[in-house]
Design a protein around this ligand. Structure first.
Ligand code: GLN
Length: 550
């Protein structure tokens, strides 16, 4: 069905029970994909019950990566999944936290908007939540708005959100509202048995809160036999065909097809009284076909300080998956803790890698390891991609070892360095607050004709997303360029350096922005695609060299 611009979108609310990290984000993105594949326009938003205004100030160890949108919102990493699956742009309005809700309500209270009333959770907080549920609806652009409620049903923090969902059903009416509840179905190995009790429990909590789930999605390691489905349907008060099995998948990108097989969107459409149509998933299937049938393999090192928690680099890892499909080449990532790298072990730690990515980050920890790794890849002609802090480390390394400035550093790391090759912009110098004060969101960048990046992007004007405070110090630019490290991408307004590349190196590129935030299944990012291609080439050349040396 062709997308119709409707005034009021259909709203699907996705809640989860018992544990977080159940994959609500992937299920929401998969439902979105399946609806989009039927011609509907869809967006997805996430409501998080924590009190931080946004996840920008959260440690990646606690919450994984902070995903940045074009409009500069620092958001939950699930928004990355929404963009990667659907190829849509999300914004600040797509991620709202308890902190933001309270902030809005308190600002209104101070302004006198409540006219002397006692400000309470119900109705003031719940009204604010609801108005944010419906904010994206105002544009009239969407047939469906999927709202993922973070956390678990039953958590103290989630209560106002669940209450707002209950009220939203009354406001929207049954034909425009659907509730999906995602549950873990544990399999007890000792008892060789799938357990239904935890599901019954959290559905009971939802029912107590006045929400009857329309569809139950069960995350499970083992297929759900019909008797279990019947039991769940009966206890949870849903129809048998609304009990959906979500088996653990090999790749998150398999989930839309698994949900298609389980007829999840058919249930959605039938409950919302919409005609059932066939989805067009040809491109998606073509992507999966290439991803699953690689003809080559390369190993690439990811040097970072949060490597114990791969979620901290979620978008980078996913960008490699997109680039891997595009090259029909499996990319194996070797996660290397930057703190462990020294001059003595660098050759061993990076041995046999065909490319190195130095990751973004903040603060001093692990910096010297990153710089050592960069010196090694620069001198050994290994393909290199440095992102944000990765670029800043490449600049520092080049200054120290090629431009003979042994104490060169970023002022983030050594405020008193005599050679501040990376420094704060003047506007940033007086800022003392941490939240939302970086250079955030999409900025234009002009690429130099004849440069590697110009060839990679195939155009001169690009826009990429940023999240950082420090910048390349333009006072040093001439010296860098004379020595062969050129600013091949520059912000046309501010003249800030956005990309640096080495002329005398097969593939050495650093970006001040985050290309990983714009790679999607259907539009893999050119820098990642070409980086993997360069790694493959490097592998073949090194292999030939080895054979000749034998
Ligand atoms: N810490 C550096 C800065 O603020 C780099 C940030 C990043 O890698 N995202 O400029």
């Amino acid at each position: 069905m062709a997308s119709q611009k409707s005034k009021t979108a259909k709203h699907i609310f996705v809640t989860g029970g018992v544990t977080s990290s159940l994959g609500k984000g992937i299920i929401s993105a998969s439902i979105g994909k399946l609806l989009q594949a039927r011609g509907f326009s869809v967006t997805i938003q996430k409501f998080d019950p924590y009190i931080n205004i946004d996840p920008g100030t959260l440690n990646p160890y606690e919450h994984g990566e902070c995903y940045v949108t074009d409009d500069g919102a620092e958001t939950d990493l699930d928004l990355g999944h929404y963009e990667r699956f659907l190829g849509i742009k999300t914004s600040q309005d797509n991620n709202v936290t308890t902190g933001r809700i309270y902030n809005n309500v308190i600002t209104k209270e101070r302004r006198g908007d409540y006219l002397g009333k006692t400000v309470q959770v119900i109705p003031h907080i719940t009204d604010e939540i609801k108005s944010n549920f419906f904010k994206l609806d105002k544009s009239g652009d969407f047939d469906f708005i999927i709202t993922e409620i973070g956390g678990c049903v039953g958590d103290i923090e989630s209560l106002p959100f669940i209450e707002a969902v209950r009220q939203a059903k009354l406001d929207l009416g049954p034909n425009n509202f659907l509730s999906i509840h995602l549950k873990l179905r544990p399999y007890l190995n000792a008892a060789k048995e799938l357990k239904t009790k935890p599901t019954q429990h959290s559905v009971k909590q939802l029912l107590e809160a006045g929400i009857q789930p329309d569809i139950l999605v069960c995350r499970t390691e083992k297929p759900l036999p019909i008797e279990i489905r019947k039991k769940l349907a009966l206890f949870c008060n849903v129809q048998l065909n609304s009990v959906i099995e979500a088996m653990d998948a090999e790749s998150i990108y398999d989930v839309p097809l698994l949900m298609l097989k389980e007829k999840l969107t058919e249930r959605v459409l039938s409950k919302l009284k919409l005609p059932k149509t066939e989805p067009d998933l040809d491109e998606w299937k073509a992507f999966l076909g290439k991803l699953k049938n690689p003809t080559e393999e390369v190993e690439i090192g990811l040097v970072g300080k949060y490597v114990e928690l791969p979620d901290a680099y979620k978008s980078i890892a996913e960008s490699f998956i997109h680039a891997s499909a595009e090259n029909e080449c499996a990319v194996k990532l070797r996660w290397i803790s930057s703190e462990s790298i020294t001059q003595v072990n660098v050759a061993d730690l990076l041995d046999n890698l065909s490319g190195i990515l130095v990751a973004p980050g903040f603060g001093e920890r692990g910096i010297e390891g990153k710089i050592t790794a960069i010196q090694y890849v620069r001198e050994n002609n290994i393909p290199f991609l440095g992102i944000c802090l990765g670029l800043q480390c490449a600049v520092t390394e080049f200054a120290r070892n090629e431009l003979k400035m042994p104490q060169a550093a970023s002022t983030e790391i050594h405020p008193q360095t005599p050679d501040p090759v990376i420094d704060l912009m003047n506007e940033q110098k007086n800022i003392t607050e941490m939240g939302g004060t970086m250079r955030l969101g999409a900025y234009a960048c002009t690429l130099r004709k004849g440069s590697k990046v110009h060839a990679i992007y195939g155009k001169s004007k690009i826009s990429e997303r940023h999240r950082h405070r420090y910048e390349f110090n333009n006072q040093y630019l001439e010296e860098f360029e004379n020595a062969g490290m050129i600013a091949s991408g520059v912000n046309p307004k501010s003249n800030l350096v956005e990309i640096l590349e080495l002329q005398e190196h097969p593939w050495f590129i650093g970006t001040q922005f985050h290309p990983e935030l714009k790679s999607t299944v259907q539009n893999p990012h050119p820098l990642f695609v070409k980086f993997v291609e360069a790694a493959l080439k490097f592998k073949k050349i090194s292999y030939k060299r080895e054979v000749i040396n034998l």
